[in-house]
Design a binder for this molecule. Structure first.
Ligand SMILES: C[S@@+](CC[C@H](N)C(=O)[O-])C[C@H]1O[C@@H](n2cnc3c(N)ncnc32)[C@H](O)[C@@H]1O
Length: 273
């Protein structure tokens, strides 16, 4: 089984460049982009963005730039796409992957967007706000730089919605709670509609899609199941014997071909009045 290591788990995506090995974060994003269940979730976020030919679009926390080519397709050659990320590691990778495409990738903090008010037709952010200590402030920045009538889309998995097989419910809940609480705001996605409303957005729309991860190796990489189980035992939330049993249950489900895990992706959009 693939463990994810402390550098990745402790820092999450809040300070990628300070991780012991930031390349783990790159690998994580590359792996998740290959999970088939991600596709419907991503499509929902593109759909709600409502970007048209000639529009200018900002992707906040673009990571390795996975979504930038699709945004470029939506706005066409007359439009413009900018991806920003606070991590130098991410932006360098995004720039390398976007070579030849009319997309700009800039290192920038979501809390201080270096763009004039009302600059973009649409602004989006996928799986970024839950990792920020001040997500409402980042959303205010996104709203500031979108034009009146423009769209803001916020999307993320909600870490409270992680489902994995587990025969012992108490042990399973302890492990999944610990995993969720490693994210700065693990339950934030369910509050996206409320956040958009509070930031003054109108016509709020919400979609959700369960992301299925049917193999343990990928699930362990994406969800950090082994390290969360070990940490739960170390913290005394479960016994070491329970931890061993829980992990071997997952291995057995895998051997029997019955392992599955899912997490819900939530996408919310609003229009700036
Ligand atoms: C889970 S990744 C998502 C990347 C991309 N949106 C995607 O869907 O593939 C989160 C990204 O948010 C970035 N991030 C974290 N804090 C940030 C901040 N304050 N400002 C801008 N980006 C930030 C991280 O560096 C990382 O690339």
């Amino acid at each position: 089984m693939t463990g994810t290591g402390d550098g990745f788990e402790a820092l999450q995506f809040t300070h990628v460049d300070e991780a012991a090995d930031p390349s783990l974060h790159l690998d994580y994003l590359k792996t998740i982009s290959t999970v088939p269940g991600m596709r419907p979730y991503k499509l929902l976020s593109f759909d709600l963005l409502n970007a048209r030919d000639g529009d200018t679009v900002l992707d906040v926390g673009c990571g390795i730039g996975e979504d930038l080519p699709k945004l470029g397709e939506l706005v066409g050659p007359r439009g413009g796409v900018v991806g920003i990320d606070s991590s130098k590691t991410m932006i360098e990778e995004a720039k390398a992957r976007m070579s030849g495409l009319p997309v700009r990738c800039l290192q920038m903090d979501a809390l201080h967007l270096d763009f004039p008010d009302r600059h973009f037709d649409a602004v989006r952010s996928d799986r970024v706000l839950p990792y920020l200590t001040e997500p409402a402030r980042a959303l205010r920045e996104m709203v500031r730089v979108v034009r009146p009538g423009g769209t803001v889309v916020v999307a993320s998995t909600d870490w409270g919605s992680l489902v994995v097989p587990g025969n012992n419910r108490t042990v399973t809940r302890s492990i999944l709670d610990l995993r969720c609480d490693r994210v700065v705001h693990g339950w934030l996605a369910r509050r996206f509609p409320a956040m958009l409303k509070r930031s003054g957005m109108e016509d709020i729309q919400v979609r959700a899609s369960a992301i299925l991860v049917p193999d343990l190796e990928t699930a362990d990489l994406l969800f950090g199941l082994t390290s969360a189980t070990r940490d739960a035992a170390e913290a005394g939330a479960i016994s070491s014997a329970d931890a061993d049993r829980w992990l071997s249950d997952l291995e057995r489900e895998t051997a029997q071909g019955t392992f599955l895990s899912t997490i819900t992706g939530i996408v919310a959009a609003g229009r700036r009045p």
